[in-house]
Design a protein around this ligand. Structure first.
Ligand code: URA
Length: 244
């Protein structure tokens, strides 16, 4: 490291400032990047699917960094999904102790009356226990039981299908669910299926929300055409010959 030989196991290095080489061969460390995607419904929030269903990875641009999703959105939920290659950032953003707020826009069948609003704010008893207090804003309301209401719900827990289960427990079937904010990052005008890098201000705010000092701001690096071709060839080699 920086010309010095390190023999100690677990020695810490800062790849943004230090040069690292093994047996004289420089190691290229990936610098952190973060990007935001507006996930459409009918995409899995996983890196790959053994059943061959569409995954959010197919919506990302050809970038050099190996990013993965920060948490999950259900198959039938759309909206803001962050991606990064920074493992510590991911871990901290998802850790319950940090209580990072996520905001969802839900269209529901029924009337979001005062009782329901109070229940959401006080906590809803689910199979896996009482939910933490949510913030609720009714954006649109109908005066008919079979009408559609739109609510914004801010929660900081990340239980499985939590928003759907909270609303359904209160007798409000969810017709559509979209995440519109994750901590300091808002979906804004990002179109469905499109991605964008974070702005520098968002980058700093996100690392701050995670309780970390932000590394130097970077945008993802696009792979060159030749690299893309090579990666296609290599994945074809790993897949083996096509059958059928
Ligand atoms: N709550 C849900 O019900 N679904 C999601 O995808 C995220 C939060």
């Amino acid at each position: 490291m920086d010309g010095e030989t390190v023999t100690q196991l677990g020695a810490k290095v800062d790849p943004s400032r230090q040069r690292i080489a093994v047996d004289g061969v420089p190691i290229e460390m990936e610098q952190p990047v973060v990007l935001a995607l507006n996930k459409p419904v009918a995409y899995l929030s996983t890196v790959s699917d053994p059943m061959g269903r569409r995954t959010v990875m197919q919506l990302l641009p050809p970038i050099r960094e190996r990013v993965y999703p920060v948490g999950r959105l259900d198959y039938d939920t759309s909206g803001l999904l962050l991606f990064t290659n920074d493992g510590e950032l991911t871990q901290r953003l998802l850790h319950p102790s940090r209580e990072i707020e996520k905001v969802y826009r839900a269209s529901v069948r029924g009337i979001v009356d005062r009782e329901i609003r109070r229940a959401l704010v006080e906590g809803v008893e689910l199979e896996d226990g009482l939910t933490a207090p949510a913030k609720v804003e009714v954006v649109r309301q109908s005066d008919r039981e079979d009408g559609v209401a739109v609510v914004h719900l801010a929660i900081h827990e990340g239980r499985n299908r939590q928003v759907r289960r909270m609303l359904e427990r209160l007798g409000l079937p969810v017709l559509r669910l979209k995440r519109i904010a994750f901590g300091p990052i808002s979906l804004g005008h990002l179109k469905t299926g499109e991605w964008r890098p974070l702005t520098q201000e968002e980058w700093v705010a996100l690392y701050q929300a995670a309780g970390m000092t932000a590394p130097p701001y970077r945008r993802p690096t696009m792979r060159r055409e030749s690299e893309r071709k090579e990666s296609k060839r290599s994945s074809a080699r790993h897949r083996g010959p096509r059958r059928g």
